[in-house]
Design a protein around this ligand. Structure first.
Ligand code: COA
Length: 260
């Protein structure tokens, strides 16, 4: 499928999405949000895709935020619907996807850019990456889940300090905070993400999707995470992947989850 603002590549079980507006530091305009949503929906349905790596084009930015030029003159109502629509079609959607999404943060991840990375299942950063939620410097707050996911990932005090000061942290600090899992050079960033993606791809896709569901439930105040885990655990027993995984272990061979 052809897109204007993103590039989608697929190699065996791993898909890569590159946000491709380098002249605007990959800022998320309406079209980019729509195209990302569409591409991710399609990849999530594709049984040949086991892991997705999301990154930005160029050497400077992952995503430098929502496109400020698009919402500068919005009313209260339009502002609220911008956040609601974005959360529904992209940010919350990614978090709930059955296919794992890894954010490869190759530079600035600011505002909506950091929110996008935080909606992914985990993050890897390059040494030049800078992360922050600078919205209050623009007279607004994070609207794509940032006020919720940042405290979940780094704790309330650190999150509030970052949000209130509107400052950026560098990659080593993000690593120390647990916001990213690894920090490597720009050259090493995609190879490391793909290495992790390949490890994921060797495991049962059905079990992985149930694990995502159970972990997410623990952060959803309307759900009981332990109850969700019991249901998800039970569901696994009815799958071909479970039969293959346990049989392979007992037969002392490597499990094959290709479903063939
Ligand atoms: N929305 C729209 N355009 C953006 C953007 C954003 N969030 N971030 C960067 N751009 C555009 C700039 O307007 C500029 O476009 P131009 O060349 O047509 O003028 C281009 O990207 C390059 O950015 P520039 O500011 O010249 O790069 P820099 O290296 O001097 O600064 C940043 C980099 C990231 C510090 C700076 O771009 C910035 O502060 N961006 C906004 C970050 C932000 O507040 N994000 C949260 C939004 S809710």
């Amino acid at each position: 499928m052809a897109y204007n603002t993103i590039i989608v590549e697929q190699n065996q079980f791993i898909a890569e999405i590159i946000i491709n507006r380098p002249n605007k530091l990959n800022a998320l305009n309406k079209e980019t949000i729509k195209e990302l949503s569409k591409a991710l929906k399609n990849l999530d349905k594709d049984k040949n895709v086991r892991t997705i790596v999301l990154t930005g084009s160029g050497e400077k930015a992952f995503v430098a935020g929502a496109d400020i030029s698009e919402f500068a003159n919005f009313s209260e109502k339009k502002g609220a619907s911008l956040a609601k629509n974005g959360q529904e079609i992209l940010f919350s959607f990614i978090e709930k996807m059955e296919t794992p999404v890894i954010a490869a943060i190759n530079g600035f991840a600011l505002g909506g850019g950091l929110e996008l990375a935080m909606a992914c299942h985990f993050r890897v950063a390059s040494t030049n990456a800078k992360m922050g939620l600078p919205e209050v410097s623009l007279g607004v707050i994070p609207g794509y889940g940032g006020t919720q996911r940042l405290p979940q990932l780094i704790g309330k005090g650190r999150a509030l300090e970052l949000i209130m000061t509107a400052t950026m942290i560098d990659a080593p600090k993000a690593l120390a905070y647990g916001l990213v899992n690894y920090v490597v050079t720009q050259e090493e960033l995609l190879p490391l993400c793909k290495k992790i993606a390949n490890k994921i791809a060797n495991n049962s896709p059905v079990a992985i999707s149930q694990a995502i569901k159970a972990v997410n439930a623990g952060f959803n105040t309307t759900l009981d995470g332990y109850k969700t885990e019991i249901e998800a655990f039970g569901k696994c027993f009815g799958t071909a992947d479970f039969k293959e995984g346990t049989t392979a272990f007992l037969e002392k061979r490597k499990a094959d989850f290709s479903g063939e």
